[in-house]
Design a protein around this ligand. Structure first.
Ligand code: 13P
Ligand code: SF4
Length: 348
């Protein structure tokens, strides 16, 4: 394989502070949960939540026939569900993907400004210019991108299907442009033996996990299995027993015989892991190192912008509708559908 990280200067991005949601007294929390359930019914709406959102939101999604999932399953669910409104609790690209796949549906988000560093580090005009310089390459983009970046791509992938899709393209002898996550790009290029040119973006949460600190933590917990999301740096991924999408990491937490796990991904995932394996111990992987400060510290500041309170006001007021211009949506839909078809064939 020849994977090369492109020399491109990325835009400055602003990482917001972690939102400080006030602690809800139990009676208010129950009231909000009840009102949200009622509004979901009244609006013929399904709640589609990511594993990094709060436990309250994840439980509501499950209790009301919605879904809590990784980004692949969120897209699949949105494409198949008959509800006329989808409420997407996650980050902007997840709401946009739902809208692109369901132009006739209303797609609402509790906080539509909740973005993702990968998306922010990959402006559509810079990415298009990069692609234009390499016209003989197949363009594969990660789901964590804007509709405009997807519209420039041949394929979209999520972490759940990135490796088999890149393998498939490499077997056909195709050279690949990959954006925007360099860590995931390096991971799949190496395993698929693919020739890839990588956009130099990273996730501000996973990028902070550190290999040396992980080694020390493993030494302190010799029986622990290490689970890592492939957005983490290679120095962490190479120490992992299981590398995969959030769904794959949750399945490993449930199925492996270990009693202890060191987990290199957003700590929101612990809610589901603890529900499925209440007797096991889950430890946050070390972010940055001794003497260094983490900024995101295993908590995505944008995912944390979703709360019971803004979920309630969004549904009550029918606000924060996600719009994607029809012409753009038509272009962005092609690489998403290509991925969904591939994933369906793979499952079959
Ligand atoms: P998954 O598709 O594995 O859930 O990942 C989405 C994401 O944003 C991870 O940071
Ligand atoms: Fe984006 Fe990272 Fe947050 Fe996932 S955890 S949404 S990749 S910033």
């Amino acid at each position: 394989m020849t994977a090369q990280i492109a020399h491109i200067s990325l835009p400055e991005i602003t990482i917001p502070p972690h939102p400080s949601w006030p602690e809800l007294i139990p009676a208010r929390r129950e009231e909000l949960r009840r009102d949200i359930k009622k509004l979901l019914k009244e609006r013929d709406a399904a709640l589609v939540a990511h594993y990094y959102t709060s436990g309250d939101i994840q439980e509501l999604a499950e209790e009301t026939g919605g879904c809590v999932a990784d980004s692949l399953e969120m897209a699949r669910f949105a494409a198949a569900h008959p509800a006329t409104t989808l409420v997407v609790a996650g980050v902007r690209f997840m709401g946009e993907t739902s809208k692109i796949l369901n132009s006739e549906k209303t797609v609402l988000m509790p906080e539509p400004t909740a973005t993702c560093s990968l998306d922010e580090y990959c402006p559509a005009n810079l990415f298009a210019a990069f692609c234009d310089r390499h016209p003989d390459h197949t363009v594969v983009v990660y789901a964590n991108t804007s509709a405009a970046v997807k519209a420039r791509a041949d394929w979209m992938v999520t972490s759940g299907v990135a490796l088999p899709i890149i393998r498939h393209l490499a077997e056909k002898g195709q050279k690949i442009i990959w954006g925007p996550d360099k860590h995931l790009g390096l991971y799949v290029a190496e395993r698929a033996g693919a020739e890839m040119l990588l956009w130099p973006g990273a996730c501000v949460v996973h990028d902070e996990f550190r290999g040396a600190a992980m080694q020390r933590m493993r030494a302190a917990h010799p029986k622990a299995a290490v689970l890592a999301h492939p957005e983490s740096p290679a120095e962490v991924v190479t120490q992992a027993d299981v590398v995969g999408s959030t769904t794959a990491l949750i399945a490993a937490a449930r199925d492996l015989p270990n009693e202890e796990f060191i987990v290199a991904t957003d700590a929101g995932i612990f809610h589901k892991m603890r529900r499925l394996a209440p007797h096991k111990t889950f430890i946050e992987a070390p972010a940055v190192g001794v003497g260094g400060d983490c900024q995101s510290c295993a908590h995505c500041p944008w995912m944390e912008m979703n709360s019971l309170t803004n979920l309630f006001t969004t549904l009550r007021d029918g606000k924060n509708a996600i719009e994607v211009a029809p012409e753009l949506a038509a272009k962005a839909r092609l690489p998403i559908e290509r991925m969904l078809d591939f994933a369906k064939r793979m499952k079959g």
